[in-house]
Write a protein that binds this ligand. Sequence first.
Ligand SMILES: Nc1ncnc2c1ncn2[C@@H]1O[C@H](COP(=O)(O)OP(=O)(O)OP(=O)(O)O)[C@@H](O)[C@H]1O
Length: 260
Amino acid sequence: MTLLAVDRLTKRFGGVLAAKDVSFALNVGEMLAIIGPNGAGKSTTFNMVGGQLRPDGGRVTLAGQDVTGLPPRQVCRLGVGRTFQVAQTFLSFTVLGNVQMALIAHHRQTRRLLANAAAMHREAALALLDRVGMAAQAARPVGELAYGDVKRVELAIALAAAPRLLLMDEPTAGMAPAERAALMALVAGIARQEGIGVLFTEHDMDAVFAHADRILVLVRGEIIARGTPEEVRADPEVQRVYLGHSGTRAAARARRAADG
Ligand SMILES: Nc1ncnc2c1ncn2[C@@H]1O[C@H](COP(=O)(O)OP(=O)(O)OP(=O)(O)O)[C@@H](O)[C@H]1O
């Protein structure tokens, strides 16, 4: 079932055509990666879906509803969550406190905050932390955590808004390889089990080829290829302009890992 439909999205910055007639669909529970060289238009496309950028042309439809050009807050209310390259957490708060704050914000209860913030949504927050493997660290300040664990908390915060679609901009940036694989496996499991669609950009080809259901390849604002990891890897044009040898190796590694 189609969750997100992007139809001929176009964005120009002065003389630069950052996105040109970008069209794709994303299904419920699907992991869809957008890859491409620096400056290809990945962030621009992302920001047009999330509402941070207003497109010059084209349309974004979420579960049948036209959300083109709506401000980010409204897009978020309609079920689009987002994690950013730089983790957005309150470092002095505990892990649990951060997720409780996200739940309080989602339920628009900030006015009740002073009275009983510590008790609000405690069980739901713990359940979300359990989901991302962070329940045992609930009482620790986020500022003390390893970077990979901060990313898990960030994922729990995004899930607190009960998104239908999750936008993840380079989710594994700055992480060690083993942490990257674990985070992507976690995200993929949650997406499939809970029917959340995930649109992500990623420079780490191991993460992309191991966990994306489908891949879009963007070059100079245009989609030059799309398909399953196997199809994209085998595409000679993609090999030529983007993946080269490193992509072939990453795809082979991912295939070996998937085969066990
Ligand atoms: N706010 C802006 N003003 C002017 N030009 C911009 C702006 N944002 C992006 N661009 C230009 O649009 C093009 C696409 O940029 P974009 O950031 O979307 O690429 P990207 O694929 O996300 O790159 P990266 O992998 O480096 O993050 C680039 O040429 C970039 O310089």
